[in-house]
Design a binder for this molecule. Structure first.
Ligand SMILES: [Mg+2]
Length: 264
């Protein structure tokens, strides 16, 4: 049993895939490490960019692996959009499977306060839908984008992704969307606010040097890179040099986190 470490951390944010599990397989020591840092008194949160699964399903998966992160402590772009909307009105453009993460909000297509843009399937946003959103934003609505990826790979080749359509609305209206998802600074800051902690008192642990580590570092959080999941030494070296990203901690895997906390 460790004593509460002499650092000024209050919260630990875990990326999920590549840190706690890989696909359907738990990473050695993940459940124990999460339990241990919880017992040390840190607030914990799961942070993932997934926009295809509701939080309920993610929580279920963690639970089935014995990892104790409750649904309310899992932050996805959709969950955060939901919280930002609060009791305001929103027009939703997301796939059906995500609707349950928005069940408490007031949906409206007439004069919404927010427009949520997510993946809607097919080849993306048809021109008439873009015009509807354009009019809503000109009318004062704020766009919350679940991510801003440029393109994605399907078996038949590359396809335009959500970011293209978000950029179209931004270009036409001259108004920036709020991008929800790593590496967005707005995303990290909103999560810290939800956790009642300042960014400098939070640690982000991830396997993605750009999205997890770079994003958190730019947002003022402490960072820990694990050498599991998508970690590749040569790629990390290259990106770190190009973008000036440096994790505060580099550890072989999540099992090493509790001991490593004393190094911060
Ligand atoms: Mg990951």
């Amino acid at each position: 049993m460790h004593a509460k470490q002499k650092n000024n951390l209050q919260a630990i944010l875990f990326d999920l895939d590549g840190v706690l599990y890989i696909g359907e397989h738990i990473i050695d020591g993940a459940a124990e490490a999460v339990r241990e840092v919880q017992q040390l008194g840190y607030h914990i949160a799961g942070v993932t960019n997934t926009t295809t699964q509701p939080r309920r399903i993610i929580a279920k998966k963690l639970q089935s692996m014995g990892i104790e992160i409750p649904e309310s402590s899992i932050y996805t772009p959709a969950a955060l959009a939901n919280r930002l909307i609060g009791n305001k009105k929103a027009a939703l453009f997301v796939r059906d499977s995500l609707h349950e993460d928005f069940q408490d909000i007031q949906q409206s297509l007439s004069h919404p306060d927010y427009v949520v843009m997510g993946d809607i399937g097919g080849e993306g946003y048809p021109p008439e839908t873009l015009r509807t959103i354009f009019q809503m934003v000109m009318d004062g609505a704020q766009v919350l984008a679940l991510h801003k990826n440029r393109f994605w790979q399907k078996p038949d080749g590359l396809h335009l992704d959500l970011g293209v359509f978000v950029a179209a609305i931004e270009y036409a209206t001259g108004k920036d969307a709020v991008i929800l998802g790593k590496p967005s600074t707005q995303f990290f800051h909103a999560i810290c606010k939800e956790l009642n902690t300042l960014p400098e008192h939070a640690l982000m642990i991830g396997d993605d040097i750009e999205s997890d580590i770079g994003g958190a570092q730019n947002s003022g959080l402490k960072t820990a890179l694990v050498q599991t999941g998508k970690y590749r030494e040569a790629f990390v070296k290259q990106i770190s040099q190009q973008q000036g990203i440096k994790a505060d901690l580099v550890i072989p895997g999540i099992a090493d986190l509790p001991d490593a906390l004393s190094l911060l």
